[in-house]
Design a binder for this molecule. Structure first.
Ligand SMILES: [Zn+2]
Length: 290
C-alpha cells in the first residue's frame, strides 16, 4: 500500500486520549471514576469489537476527552511519523463512504494506550479495536493492535490494519443505516445469528472500501497491490471464530460464534472487494453465509 504524499489527511478525525499526544511513549492512562471497567477474557478479544458485549445502545459511560492529532495533515507526514497512517486510513474510508451513502456522517477514531472511557463503558486494550455506537467513535490501542495482528499469525502490514479500521467504520455505517439497532434486538450468538451477520456485513464493507481505496486521484491511498489484498484476506481468516476457538480451546463450538468463521469472513470480505458494491453486502438476506 502506497500513500500519496500530497493527500490531505487532516479530515481523518483521529484523536488521542490521554498523554501528551502521539509518540510520547509515556505514561499509561489513569482511568478515573465512573464507568465500569470492562475486563474481557482473551477468548473475546480477538473478534475486534465488543458492541454486543458492551451492551450497544445501553451504555451510560462518559466519553473520555481526547485531543485532535494535529501533526498529521498530509500523506507525506506518514514517512515522518508512522502514527499518521491511522489518519490516512480514516480519511480514505470516510471519503469513500461520503460518496456512497446518502445521509453519511463521518465518525472519528480515538487512539489510546491501556485503558479508555467510552460512551459504551470503560475498555482496556484487550477488547481489541471496537466501535461504540453510543458516542459513535472507533477506539483503538494502536500498539496493541499491531501486536494483536502478529499474535494472530496474520502477516499484518498497513493493509491489514486498514482492513480493521474499515471493518469498524462499517459498524458506523450500520449504525447510520439502522441495521445495527435491528440486529442487536435479535439472537446474539451462533453460526447464523444476527451478530454474525452484522460482523460479516462489516467485513464486506471493508472489502468494498478497499476496492475503491485508490479511486480518488487526490486520496490518501495511492496504490495497492495483490499482496495487500492477500494480507487483508489473511487477517480476515485469522480472526474467524473457529480459528480462535481452535487455538484457545482445541475445539470449535458454532453456537457461541459472534463474528463468523474464517471461511465466512474470507467470503464476505471477498464479496465486498470483488463487487465493490455495498448493496451486495446484504448478509441478513443471505441463505448461506459461505
Ligand atoms: Zn466487528
Amino acid at each position: 500500500m502506497e500513500y500519496r504524499d500530497s493527500a490531505d489527511i487532516s479530515g481523518g478525525l483521529v484523536n488521542h486520549a490521554g498523554g501528551s499526544g502521539l509518540g510520547s511513549g509515556g505514561g499509561r492512562l489513569a482511568v478515573g471514576g465512573g464507568g465500569t471497567l470492562v475486563v474481557l477474557i482473551l477468548a473475546l478479544i480477538l473478534g475486534f469489537d465488543p458492541t454486543g458485549i458492551l451492551g450497544g445502545g445501553t451504555g451510560s459511560g462518559d466519553t473520555q476527552a481526547a485531543n485532535p492529532v494535529t501533526q498529521c495533515t498530509r500523506g507525506s507526514d506518514i514517512a515522518k511519523n508512522r502514527e499518521c497512517r491511522w489518519n490516512a486510513y480514516m480519511a480514505s474510508i470516510g471519503s469513500y463512504w461520503s460518496g456512497a451513502l446518502r445521509g453519511f456522517k463521518a465518525t472519528s477514531m480515538t487512539t489510546f494506550s491501556g485503558q479508555v472511557r467510552t460512551g459504551c463503558g470503560a475498555a482496556s486494550s484487550s477488547v481489541g479495536p471496537f466501535y461504540c455506537p453510543v458516542d459513535q467513535v472507533i477506539y483503538i490501542d494502536t500498539d496493541y493492535t499491531a501486536a494483536l495482528l502478529a499474535q494472530l499469525g496474520a502477516r499484518g502490514g498497513d493493509a491489514a490494519e486498514a482492513y480493521i479500521v474499515a471493518h469498524e467504520y462499517g459498524h458506523h455505517i450500520q449504525n447510520l443505516t439502522g441495521v445495527m439497532a435491528k440486529a442487536q434486538s435479535r439472537q446474539q450468538t451462533g453460526a447464523g445469528s444476527a451478530s454474525v451477520r452484522l460482523e460479516l456485513q462489516a467485513d464486506c464493507y471493508a472489502g468494498v472500501w478497499f476496492r475503491h481505496s485508490t479511486d480518488d486521484p487526490n486520496g490518501a491511498i495511492k496504490s495497492v497491490t495483490q499482496d495487500d489484498l492477500n494480507r487483508i484476506i489473511d487477517a480476515a481468516i485469522a480472526v474467524g471464530d473457529d480459528a480462535i476457538q481452535q487455538a484457545q480451546t482445541g475445539s470449535v463450538n458454532q453456537e457461541s460464534w459472534t463474528h463468523g468463521s474464517s471461511a465466512q469472513r474470507k467470503n464476505w470480505t471477498s464479496i465486498g472487494f470483488s463487487s465493490g458494491d455495498p448493496t451486495k453486502c446484504d448478509t441478513f438476506s443471505a441463505t448461506s453465509l459461505g
